[in-house]
Write a protein that binds this ligand. Structure first.
Ligand SMILES: [Fe+2]
Length: 157
């Protein structure tokens, strides 16, 4: 019996952007797309197990961490500007995630217990579930402000 392979797996892509991940704020959706793209690049670099792949992974992981930080601070700035009531919990989730990622990256750099494949899947799962739950929650709040005409246009979203 032929094995069933999804298009994504056939292309060595871990996760493909799907419009069901969109929260309806173009600036944030674009950043989420970029995060997914970076996760896929990391995934690709862990498919081959040689020295070069390890070096690639090291570079890619740094770029991903930088982008994650950039994205979180952009998001938090928006949440501050719209006075999102749940901002504290949202920020806390970001912090816990960054702490975990930095710990994993440090283990990787020090050659300690670190499995790239497990790490990349953790990134993917966290990002997708964070978008689906936490980001969707604030998006609803922002859409409501918009409906009421209470969204300050200076915020730029
Ligand atoms: Fe978030």
């Amino acid at each position: 019996m032929a094995q069933i392979t999804t298009t994504a797996e056939a292309d060595n892509v871990l996760v493909e952007w799907d419009n069901r991940y969109a929260i309806g704020i173009p600036l944030i959706d674009d950043q989420h797309k970029e995060l997914i793209q970076l996760t896929n690049e990391l995934y690709k670099s862990c498919l081959a197990g040689d020295e070069a792949a390890r070096a690639n992974f090291g570079t890619a992981v740094k770029g991903t961490v930088d982008y994650v930080k950039y994205h979180f601070s952009a998001e938090e700035k928006i949440l501050e500007n719209v006075k999102y009531p749940e901002i504290g919990e949202h920020k806390r989730q970001h912090e816990v995630f960054v702490k975990q990622v930095l710990e994993d990256v440090q283990n990787f750099q020090e050659g300690k217990k670190f499995v790239p494949n497990v790490f990349v899947r953790f990134l993917k799962d966290w990002i997708l579930s964070h978008i689906a739950v936490m980001d969707t929650q604030y998006a609803k709040y922002i859409q409501n402000l918009k409906k009421q005409g209470a969204l300050d246009s200076a915020i730029g979203i």
